[in-house]
Design a protein around this ligand. Sequence first.
Ligand SMILES: *[C@@H]1O[C@H](CO)[C@@H](O)[C@H](O)[C@H]1NC(C)=O
Ligand SMILES: *[C@@H]1O[C@H](CO)[C@@H](O)[C@H](O)[C@H]1NC(C)=O
Ligand SMILES: *[C@@H]1O[C@H](CO)[C@@H](O)[C@H](O)[C@H]1NC(C)=O
Ligand SMILES: *[C@@H]1O[C@H](CO)[C@@H](O)[C@H](O)[C@H]1NC(C)=O
Ligand SMILES: *[C@@H]1O[C@H](CO)[C@@H](O)[C@H](O)[C@H]1NC(C)=O
Length: 231
Amino acid sequence: MIVTPLAFLIYASASALAQSQIVYDPAHNSTPITGLWSSGSGNVTTGSTYVNPSNESFTYPTNTGISFSFDETRMWYEVLRYRINGNGSYPNCPTTVLNWAHGLLTFEPNGSLVLSPVGDGYQRIEDPCAARSDFTETYNDTELYIQWQIITDPVLGPELDLYQFDGTPVAPLRLLSTTPNMLPTQVLRNPPTPSTTVLKRSTTNFAPPIHWWNVAATTTIGAMLASAFLV
Ligand SMILES: *[C@@H]1O[C@H](CO)[C@@H](O)[C@H](O)[C@H]1NC(C)=O
Ligand SMILES: *[C@@H]1O[C@H](CO)[C@@H](O)[C@H](O)[C@H]1NC(C)=O
Ligand SMILES: *[C@@H]1O[C@H](CO)[C@@H](O)[C@H](O)[C@H]1NC(C)=O
Ligand SMILES: *[C@@H]1O[C@H](CO)[C@@H](O)[C@H](O)[C@H]1NC(C)=O
Ligand SMILES: *[C@@H]1O[C@H](CO)[C@@H](O)[C@H](O)[C@H]1NC(C)=O
């Protein structure tokens, strides 16, 4: 595993913005991480707007993106991701992923941030051209962010940059609210099912599920979480 030096990561992240205007927060704490963060247009937010764990459903946000809420008082996090991947060879075959989880937030002594889900997360995957065209499954992957950084842009305000296990940055996150927007901080779906179980299908087929996000967690999560969310 190649870990990109943090200095490079900061430069890479900040290079798109006016260097002289950015205030770095190397100690992480002049702007707390507690609050509601969202990428891009800010359409994707955690909380009850787009997810209903009681029946493992999602409501589609207007635009794709990623949102985190962090609460340092409860040491809890929540995440919602909405991604559409185009397929260059088959323009009519975009893959859509909606992904939700929440659980325990840990700051490690080495500066990394670990998100440990409590087992009730789930994701819906739609691939109109695949045999398994639309299904929902449990998502319970622990996520490691090797570094994180909050910078302050005088116009756009605080920006949270998270760096994945391989150094790939997540799309920059803007602070929408200093108050986290979270569902109740407890297991919301009972009993939790193993991550290999398909919870729902929209089509009647008996092929085994494909674990896009789970596979991605150990292989191409960088592409899935970072670049894909910049669109
Ligand atoms: C969603 O994003 C569009 C711009 O892309 C914006 O006009 C709209 O207000 C946003 N909606 C919400 C709920 O944030
Ligand atoms: C899930 O439950 C909510 C609230 O009862 C309801 O509005 C929604 O239609 C349900 N969705 C599905 C897919 O069952
Ligand atoms: C930092 O600590 C976490 C949790 O113990 C560990 O998983 C990760 O590999 C460590 N990162 C580095 C760069 O050593
Ligand atoms: C979900 O992941 C957490 C953290 O790794 C683990 O403690 C828990 O047992 C898992 N739950 C299920 C239902 O797999
Ligand atoms: C594009 O769609 C085809 C047909 O479903 C599939 O075989 C292929 O793996 C897809 N490519 C990508 C990059 O998703």
